[in-house]
Design a protein around this ligand. Structure first.
Ligand SMILES: [Zn+2]
Length: 590
């Protein structure tokens, strides 16, 4: 195989220029697709397409007056059509034609960027418009473009054609037989993992009737596209330049009957594109975001039905994350109940308050655990032990006084991934989420109490704290920005900030009654563990393990009790303001 590859590379180097010329000759001239038997309704997309077609023919008719910019403008013209009208009958033709334009530019000038764009658009056509009559041709064009670059996966693009479409449809492409003969003689394997390949290593999920979180674990960053297909409803995620790890090919997970998602399937959709498909009875609202180190793609499926922004067949764009439609459900809830609750600190009533939200279930999240010790303090004290001790004490204190359920993300020394903690809270219908931590800093003098809610960080210290708690670099955290903003659209930011304010105020007061701590205030930062939480959620940094005095306090049960008392008072104040404290206080406490 090494010999074979070497030969192909050699051939390409020597006859490089001839190679693209041959590609061009082999395929002949392109004519713009005419009517392919599909209804062409809608004047805008139709007329845009016709004018682009006319332009294409005009440029083709005068090859002597070749001008790169005219062709680039034409590509943009085709692109506008399917961006604006992704579900129109000419959308797939427009994608195909854009690919053809770049293919042509590549043949003329041999530029790598044109080659890449042509490959991307052909693949986009195959994956986003699976029923397009241009599918088999586009697939085989990718094969040919790969072959021109001696990319070993080219042969798989040919041999996969009958599986993706049908043998009949592949046979109709004139070049198919010739390519097939050559592909069969090629030694390349379909899942050849080259150095630039990402591996989809594992899929984890948590599900309940109200919420499902699916996490795709990858060996590195991968460009991805998402889209929705109807009848039956499916959400798919295509991972480019990605192959499946050994145990995954063609696996499926049938979810329990109560889940609001039927199954998860995974397959090597194209030789270098892995596809994850979520099957729905009826598609639900969803959001997709990325977490780093290790790279993982998180898909949250929410209870609400999904409403596309207009009629869309495939709403994804190459290389972009999806933006969910705005939340409509909450608009409908206009009922205000008695007792009229206190206004949020910003002076407005949040929807949750208008509904008189009751708190029945609280989740405590002791930070870190297992192989992740968290921060290490003076004298070797581990954050994971401090957080568990405080959480257990707090659970006891809450259960003694209030008639609520208290859940813990862990109750022993075990590792729980950050995204799993949020998933637990969401799928178990938790009403409040409190993540407990101990702070650390390279500056041993830094000390005090601070409470966080999810938002973009306003100061570098907050960013550093989040980076440490997320176990990523601050640089990686900055890449998260767009996802944080996406998630904030459907997160209880105001409620969380209020909860943080109450907790911070009472925590500082309680600790200060015996220990001279500093009030570092309420802050916001992009903590993974808070991302996507459906309930008011905060993260408390109780004291600094790296500060000599505070580090000693944290090991002291008396100090831990002051922290617990402060957290409890803060929670009580929040619940009081929200109008639900009276409902949960145990009779002995009244
Ligand atoms: Zn921590």
């Amino acid at each position: 195989m090494t010999v074979g590859l070497g030969r192909i590379w050699g051939w390409f180097t020597v006859l490089g220029v001839a190679a693209w010329t041959l590609v061009g000759l082999a395929w002949g001239a392109v004519s713009p697709p005419g009517p392919s038997g599909k209804p062409r309704s809608g004047t805008d997309a139709g007329s845009l397409y016709r004018s682009a077609q006319a332009r294409y023919r005009a440029l083709q008719a005068h090859p002597g007056r070749y001008d790169r910019r005219s062709w680039e403008r034409l590509a943009a013209q085709f692109r506008t059509i399917y961006y604006r009208y992704p579900a129109h009958a000419v959308a797939d033709d427009a994608v195909y034609m854009e690919a053809e334009v770049y293919h042509r530019l590549y043949r003329m000038e041999g530029r790598d960027e044109d080659w890449q764009r042509a490959v991307d658009r052909y693949k986009f056509l195959v994956t986003e418009y699976p029923h397009s009559p241009w599918g088999p041709t586009a697939l085989l064009r990718v094969a040919d473009l790969y072959r021109a670059k001696a990319r070993p996966e080219w042969a798989s693009y040919v041999t996969e054609c009958p599986r993706l479409f049908s043998a009949d449809r592949c046979e109709k492409v004139p070049e198919y037989r010739h390519l097939r003969t050559q592909a069969r003689a090629s030694p390349a394997r379909p899942t050849d993992s080259g150095p630039d390949r990402t591996v989809l290593q594992n899929i984890r999920y948590w599900t309940s009737p109200r919420y499902t979180r699916i996490v795709l674990e990858l060996s590195g960053a991968a460009p991805y596209r998402t889209g929705v297909l109807r009848n039956p409803d499916r959400l798919y995620i295509d991972l480019d330049q990605t192959v499946l790890s050994g145990g995954l090919p063609d696996r499926r997970w049938d979810l329990p009957a109560h889940a609001h998602l039927q199954r998860i399937r995974v397959g090597q959709y194209l030789p270098d594109t892995a596809r994850v498909v979520l099957d729905f009875d009826r598609i639900k609202q969803h959001r997709i975001f990325v977490l780093e180190s290790p790279y993982r793609i998180v898909i949250d499926i929410l209870q609400r039905p999904w409403e596309p922004a207009g009629s869309v067949q495939a709403e994804a764009r190459p290389g972009t994350a999806e933006t969910p439609p705005p939340d409509r459900t909450e608009d409908a809830a206009g009922v205000r109940e008695v007792p009229v609750p206190e206004a949020n600190r910003s002076g407005t009533y949040s929807i949750a308050r208008q509904l008189g939200m009751k708190v029945a279930r609280i989740m405590l999240d002791p930070g870190h655990g297992g192989h992740d010790p968290g921060a290490i303090g003076v004298g070797g004290l581990k954050e994971k032990d401090v957080t568990l001790a405080i959480a257990r004490r707090l659970r006891e204190a809450i259960l003694r006084r209030w008639n609520v359920e208290v859940l813990m993300t862990r109750d022993d020394d075990r590792f729980v991934p950050l995204e799993e903690r949020t998933a637990m809270a969401n799928s178990q219908g938790v009403d409040l989420f409190i993540s407990i931590h101990a702070n650390a800093s390279r500056d041993g003098r830094l000390h005090g109490v601070e409470t966080y809610y999810l938002h973009w960080a306003r100061d570098p210290h907050a960013m550093e704290v989040a980076a440490r708690e997320n176990a990523v670099s601050t640089a990686k955290l900055h890449e998260l920005r767009k996802f944080v903003h996406l998630i904030l659209q459907s997160t209880r930011v105001e409620e969380s900030r209020d909860l943080a304010e109450y907790i911070q105020r009472h925590l500082v007061r309680s600790v200060r009654s015996r220990y001279p701590t500093r009030d570092l205030g309420v802050k916001s930062a992009p903590f993974y563990v808070l991302m996507g939480a459906q309930m008011p959620a905060v993260l408390v940094e109780t004291a600094f393990l790296t500060h000599e005095r505070e580090g000693r306090w944290l090991a002291d049960p008396a100090f831990q009790e002051r922290v617990v008392e402060g957290l409890l008072q803060g929670l009580a104040a929040y619940l009081e303001a929200q109008g639900s404290l009276a409902l949960i206080v145990r009779p002995s406490e009244t």
